[in-house]
Ligand binder design. Structure first.
Ligand code: GLA
Length: 373
């Protein structure tokens, strides 16, 4: 869980920004809620020095990365960084191919805690991808520092089949998220619903230490991000943002915020800081939800939780308000359950064998179910 620079700031990053973000994550309660990483994405790099050590852009990071890491660690946060399994990154700056060991040692010496490793300018071949990711994973392990490794290959070469074996703890399941509900134009932009539909079938690959990464949360971006606004990403309603948080949590995705965290809108705070939905995402059992049913435009997801509980989500993917009547036995839940609505923060049914209620267009309701013994 954390906050990533890319969607809002793209190239416009600096040590000053990261320090301000760190301060704000503490002041606004994000750290306390569990968002304990700041992820610096692409375009932090300044090339290599005469010893071939990768260096940060001196204009953006004049005090160097070690000083910035120390500041971020001093706030109780961790710092992530970005590179690519090719000579150049997606943004066209220095990548790590051929310098894996040297770069891993440099990141470790700075005190970096996470590496997002992208796959631009690299061959579309899963064996090559496996080998290039495994090489960096080994270098990170041998660096002497515990650095979480995120595979960013956009789900095209079936990373769910090899990324964990290659040493990755999470892998992106799709192309980049846009700040939109769904891709209407089909030009490669991924909306919230597209990513949920592509990731749901991968539920069995997720588990403790190996997660499906559904890309950044766009909650609160309100159409103001740079890259997230491409291809029709004009912003979402807060009902849609609440659905993104619900679906990402149900599917046990990393929660990587990307809005202007220096000024989080109140509605975005309500969604991002909801402790009950975060608890579902972070549940100790680490099982991702399955899509268990489609009823017209509605999708029903079920996630087993620790302590003999379940999380049940009902999404109205359609454009009209709809009424749902869901006998729990139709999704395999026999017996009687107490239902707690995690967005309304209240108990909505006791000793129930069904849920019925209304859903707004694009709304997701999420319930925690405890069996009545
Ligand atoms: C790719 C990744 C994005 C971002 C950019 C940076 O598109 O998928 O998440 O890291 O590169 O250039």
């Amino acid at each position: 869980m954390g906050w990533m620079t890319w969607n809002m700031y793209q190239a416009n990053i600096s040590e000053e920004l990261i320090r301000r973000v760190a301060d704000r994550m503490v002041e606004d309660g994000f750290l306390e809620a569990g968002y304990n990483y700041i992820f610096i994405d692409d375009l932090w790099q300044g090339g290599r020095d005469k010893y071939n050590n990768i260096i940060p852009d001196p204009k953006k990071f004049p005090s160097g990365m070690k000083a910035l890491v120390d500041y971020v660690h001093g706030k109780g946060l961790k710092l992530g960084i970005y590179s690519d399994a090719a000579p150049l990154t997606c943004g066209g700056v220095t990548g790590s191919l051929g310098f894996e060991e040297q770069d891993a040692k440099t990141f470790a010496a700075w005190g970096i805690d996470y590496l997002k490793y992208d796959y631009c300018h690299a061959p579309a071949d899963s064996a090559v991808a496996h080998q290039r990711y495994a090489k960096m994973a080994k270098a990170l392990t041998e660096s002497g520092r515990d650095i979480v490794f995120g595979v960013c290959e956009w789900g095209q070469l079936r990373p769910e089949l090899w990324a964990h074996d290659a040493g990755g703890q999470q892998w992106r399941t799709t192309y980049d998220v846009r700040d939109m509900w769904k891709d209407i134009v089909h030009e490669g932009g991924m909306g919230i619903l597209d990513i949920a539909d592509l990731t749901a079938p991968l539920h069995a690959y997720a588990g403790p230490g190996h997660w499906n990464d559904m890309d950044m949360l766009v909650v609160g971006l309100e159409g103001r991000g740079g890259p997230s606004s491409d291809l029709g990403g004009k912003g979402c309603s807060y009902t849609e943002y609440q659905s993104q948080m619900s679906l990402w949590a149900m599917m046990a995705s990393p929660l990587q915020m990307s809005h202007n965290i220096l000024r989080t809108p109140a509605e975005a705070k309500r969604i991002l800081l909801n402790k009950e939905i975060i608890a579902i995402d972070q549940d100790a059992l680490g099982q991702a939800a399955r899509e268990v049913k489609r009823m017209g435009d509605c999708r029903v997801y079920l996630r087993p939780l620790s302590g003999d509980r379940y999380a049940l989500a009902v999404l109205n993917a359609g454009d009209n308000r709809t009424k749902i009547n869901l006998p729990l036995s139709t999704v395999g839940l026999t017996g009687k359950y107490n239902l707690h609505d995690v967005w309304a923060h209240k108990s909505v049914a006791r000793k129930a064998m069904k849920w019925s209620g209304n859903l707004q267009p694009h709304e997701t309701k999420v319930f925690v179910l405890g069996i009545v013994k």
